[in-house]
Design a protein around this ligand. Sequence first.
Ligand code: SF4
Length: 436
Amino acid sequence: MSSAVVKHATCTGCGCACDDIEVHTDGARVTRAVNACTLGETWFRDHPADSGEPAARIDGKPAPLADAIALAAEMLHAADLPLIYDHGYSTCEAQREAVALAETVGGVIDSYTSRCHGPSFVATQLVGKVSCTLGEVKNRADFLLYWGCNPAETHPRHTSRYALHPAGKFTPRGRRDRTMVLVDVEETATAKEADQFFRIREGTDFEALSAMVALVKGQAVDERRVAETGFTVEQLRLLLERMKAARFGVMFFGLGLAATRGGHGNVGAAYRLAMELNAFTKFVALPMRQHGNLVGSDMVLRWTTGYPFGVSLSRGYPRYNPGEFTMADLLARGDIDAALVLGSNAATDFANVPTIEIGPKLTPMQSGAVPRVQIATAATGVSAGGTVCRMDDLPMPLRPTLTSPHPIDEAVLKRILAEVRKKPAWYPMRSEAQIA
Ligand code: SF4
């Protein structure tokens, strides 16, 4: 095994997708990841070239890869309503194959987005949004409002690389040119970096943000109602004055807004506030996306089907309905009779459904049940190349540093798709002559 150094590698440990990592390897595993935070370093070190997994398992026993692929294709083809579910750690190229597979078997495709920032998409569809890239944040933003998120623990380099600390074109003194405010239900590690911290009462984000929208528009608000959020009207007014005085303001919101009760309403109010502030200054709102390439999954689904998650292709054309075509709801109703999971099963239990698992770590489910088919693949970003999307939707190329004995997700999905296409189509396919 020979050692190597790869510069400008992209970390997929979180949605920041930092692309300035210098990765040192001994040929078998990553020994150092310079510039990476502890989360990123752990991500690289946790994925050696050879995970020690067999090529595949069928019913928990090692099996040839070709047999596993044939059985996976048979399961998906025979199912009445198969689900393709993506945990958000595959490349965009693999996710594109997953959509093609879902379409070919007439199934449903969903991702972990339905369990985290799905409501943020619903809010976008209802309200719209004003957005920007992290490069613009770095170069222009002089006011940062973090709401319902704790980047110090979930996105450790977010403030140092993109938002609060770096010197930008219009913020040459870095931290000294910026103001940071944190709103959360508890004083987290991120509060140490903030100029001002507000503790909001749990479950009142919509009320607080709606009051801010009203105040920006010069409308009256009920002081007693505002007090229920933990803010006073005066505090909201002063906060709004600071926001309006910014040259370029950014609100970053997390799962504290999106994944709590009325998430789409909370995020919709945040987007509405950012929009209203544009009557005074430039202001944007961005979700703090987590999993390495969950944004890529949304992007691929959007450009192939028109919808970001929870898409049914069971009628041969895309239908979108969160709450109906989303994984948790499909499982709760017992609607699906086969599942292909991209990424670890450990996070979600498909125990009552014949399951195919594709990923670098083959794990039993939470219940201890073993997926029917498991196929080991190379780890995205460590030993598998391709493209991922950063939390601001920007595509980032990967620079793999190790060589895995296992195939990449994309190759496995392509082989399953090829096997499925050898079988009779589930609906009358158009002939080549008709397409021409
Ligand atoms: S902040 Fe996220 S992407 Fe950047 S090094 Fe840390 S884990 Fe990796």
